[in-house]
Design a protein around this ligand. Structure first.
Ligand SMILES: Nc1ncnc2c1ncn2[C@@H]1O[C@H](COP(=O)(O)OP(=O)(O)OP(=O)(O)O)[C@@H](O)[C@H]1O
Length: 258
């Protein structure tokens, strides 16, 4: 397991105040390391999306600290946070969120170009990222010429093109049948093994089984966590050793560029 990519310490997020206050997250501690995929499960409204948003700097905690790629987010101004987010974090959503008028390669290179990378360089990065997820041959296809699973691979390539190392995935398999969902999980897993870290929201245990560990949220509180690295206060219930955990998937090199 590599260095810590993302660290949440005693993170709380409250919406509104007084009687109307909603405690979306309460005192959450969580680390994600390079080479590690962490699943987040919990009922509707338990705070899973809030956790991803806070982790990626899209939302600001009311209390606690978020450290992303070595930088504490609260120490940065809005612009600095946006820059760090663009450089460090990629998002994968349930509905792929590819731009329909752009080819696969253009979709993958777009965020890099927005970040100031020259078009030619961004294209080279995009082709490399598409190749890593096994869809290099689809580079010049448009989203509506691809299957759901292929679109999600392109979305994973987009999330991790260039130097970005943290992927935040909000039910990436939600729109896929179970076989295709497993394929997408395999791609995400191997991409993480090759030197990234990931936080994966899922409702399904069979997808969470691809993660190194699972944290369970209820009413904004981490009520349980599985896996081999439970910190103080977490319960070890051994679900991480069910044969689909990290021991099954040898870690790739974690010392890639950046
Ligand atoms: N902008 C907001 N204003 C007020 N309350 C909010 C806001 N965003 C989220 N909440 C509340 O915070 C709690 C956590 O919401 P969140 O969307 O993080 O849960 P979730 O686990 O992702 O749910 P789901 O599985 O349904 O997507 C919920 O009670 C929700 O209503």
């Amino acid at each position: 397991m590599g260095p810590v990519l993302l660290s949440l310490v005693q993170v709380s997020r409250t919406h509104g105040d007084g009687d109307l206050a909603v405690h979306a997250l309460q005192g959450v501690d969580l680390d994600v390391r390079v080479g590690e995929l962490v699943a987040v499960m919990g009922p509707s409204g338990s705070g899973k999306s809030t956790l991803l948003n806070v982790a990626g700097g899209l939302d600001t905690p009311t209390e606690g600290t978020v450290t992303l790629a070595g930088a504490e987010l609260s120490a940065l101004d809005l612009k600095g946070r946006a820059r760090l987010r663009r450089r460090s974090v990629g998002y994968v959503f349930q509905d792929f969120n590819l731009v329909p008028a752009l080819t696969a390669a253009e979709n993958v290179s777009l965020p890099r170009e927005l970040d100031g990378v020259r078009q030619r360089e961004a294209r080279v990065e995009a082709l490399a990222a598409l190749s890593e997820v096994g869809v290099a041959d689809l580079a010049d296809r448009f989203p509506d010429e691809m299957s759901g699973g292929q679109q999600q691979r392109v979305a994973i390539a987009r999330a991790l093109a260039g130097p970005r190392r943290l992927v935040l995935a909000d039910e990436p398999t939600g729109a896929l049948d179970s076989v295709t969902g497993e394929e997408v999980m395999r791609v995400l897993r191997s991409r993480v093994d090759a030197g990234a870290g990931g936080l994966l929201v899922t409702h399904e245990a069979r997808f969470a089984a691809w993660a190194d560990r699972t944290v369970f949220l209820r009413d904004g509180v981490v009520v349980d966590s599985t896996g081999d690295r439970g910190g103080p206060g977490s319960l070890l219930v051994g679900a991480g050793s069910d044969g689909l955990g990290s021991s099954h998937w040898p870690s790739g090199p974690t010392d890639q560029d950046g």
